[in-house]
Design a binder for this molecule. Structure first.
Ligand SMILES: Cc1ncc(COP(=O)(O)O)c(C=O)c1O
Length: 406
């Protein structure tokens, strides 16, 4: 039977895809479930007291903060970000080169509005951040995937991919990359590849979306300069977020780029949510102005390093003997497993019976049919003891499903 809604749905609504992770949340919330699924920060280290200290701003500036704000964002927050991000960006960006967004997820959506026409192609890492793929897909985008290795996107394959696409009449609109501690792969793009990516972007006149919500969460090694800093800030937009370094509940992110594109994104934001909440922007700005962002980062990093190491040890103990391989991330939230012996969609069901959850690899892959032997595990949310228990349960589930090698 036809429904009054179904027959009037837009083409996008007819084809839209629910997020497998968001859909899984109901299962994951079952009592006793150990979840390595969502990319969630550790609740035990949320800086609740320090954040609350800034609440006086609601009394001091309440009349402004309870009002609509400007679409461009709360100026004191933008001023803070312009100077705080300067070492990474290579210079202090102007306030008209930055837009505050409702999470960096909104930056992805606004950018897609500005760049993608039905049938345009976006170059993405294979695998890539699932909710970015969803946004680009919803805007009519198609994908060209670039395989990853331990140094990030395999840049040398890019010219061939671009030239082939162009020879087939495909319009390639931009390159989307998560440069640091990639979601889901965990890899970080090497310095040499960052420079090469900029050369390729300039040569083929294809801009870059540099997505970097995890960049400040580095446990080992040295911070690397952003792609933005090599591109003279011209052909690159850089998206950042407070979600992983303070709290996702604030829904405060930002995007930096040339004035022309920032203005364009701002106009789309006018029609999307008018402005991000002035209240949360002001609370975040107060927190940052007191120096708490810098003093709290080491707390986050120490907490996550211990958990990353706990997961590494548990993998060595329980998963290495099963032929499972992985790359140890130097920061961020995720491990990406190669599980040759089982299909990870089947493994997900078996793991849920054992009360442990992860995200199967397929939804992260822009190429249909790949990722069947991969799994993404987030280690930042559970405690180290729970991590060990969860990995042991996962190994049991794999053992019950795996077909022994002949
Ligand atoms: C790579 C990447 N980009 C963007 C986001 C969106 O983050 P938020 O909207 O919370 O800033 C996430 C969240 O997990 C992410 O992993």
């Amino acid at each position: 039977m036809k429904s009054i809604w179904g027959e009037n749905f837009s083409n996008v609504a007819r084809n839209n895809r629910p997020s497998p992770i968001r859909e899984m949340l109901a299962v994951i919330k079952q009592p006793g479930m150990i979840s390595f699924a969502g990319g969630m920060p550790a609740p035990e280290i949320f800086p609740i007291e320090q954040f609350y200290e800034g609440a006086h701003i609601l009394k001091d500036d309440g009349a402004d903060l309870l009002q609509y704000g400007t679409t461009e964002g709360y100026p004191p927050l933008k001023e803070f970000l312009a100077s705080w991000t300067a070492p990474r960006m290579g210079r202090t960006v102007g306030l008209d080169e930055m837009l505050i967004t409702t999470g960096s997820q909104q930056a992805l959506d606004l950018f897609a509005w500005s760049m993608i026409d039905e049938g345009d192609y976006v170059i993405v890492e294979d695998p890539s951040y699932l909710a970015a793929l969803t946004v680009f897909f919803n805007h009519g985008g198609k994908f060209l995937g670039v395989p990853m290795d331990g140094e990030g996107m395999q840049i040398e394959l890019l010219p061939g991919i671009i030239e082939k696409a162009r020879s087939e009449g495909k319009k390639v609109k931009f390159i989307y990359t998560i440069v640091n501690f990639q979601n889901p792969g965990g890899a970080t793009m090497s310095l040499a590849r960052r420079k090469r990516l900029v050369e390729i972007s300039k040569k083929y006149s294809i801009p870059v979306f540099e997505d970097d919500p995890y960049g400040y969460v580095r446990y080992d090694g040295e911070h690397l300069p952003s792609i933005f800093s090599f591109h003279d800030g011209d052909g690159v937009v850089y998206a950042g977020s407070f979600s992983k370094i303070l709290s996702p509940g604030t829904r405060v992110g930002w995007i930096t780029g040339p004035k022309e594109i920032i203005r364009n994104l701002t106009v789309f934001k006018q029609g999307t949510d008018l402005c991000s909440s002035p209240i949360t922007q002001a609370l975040v700005a107060e927190y940052c102005a007191k120096g708490y962002l810098d003093s709290h980062l080491p707390v986050i990093i120490d907490n996550y390093r211990v958990k990353r190491d706990a997961m590494e040890q548990s993998f060595k103990k329980h998963l290495a003997p099963l032929g499972i391989t992985w790359v140890k991330p130097e920061g961020g939230f995720f491990y990406w497993l190669n599980v040759p012996s089982v299909n990870t969609n089947d493994l997900f069901k078996k793991a849920i019976e054992k009360k442990v959850a992860f995200v199967p690899g397929a939804p992260f892959c822009p190429v249909e049919g790949s990722g069947m032997h991969n799994a993404r595990l987030c280690y930042t949310f559970p405690t180290p003891e729970v991590i060990e228990d969860g990995v042991a349960r996962l190994a049991e589930a794999i053992g019950e499903l795996a077909i022994p090698a002949m």
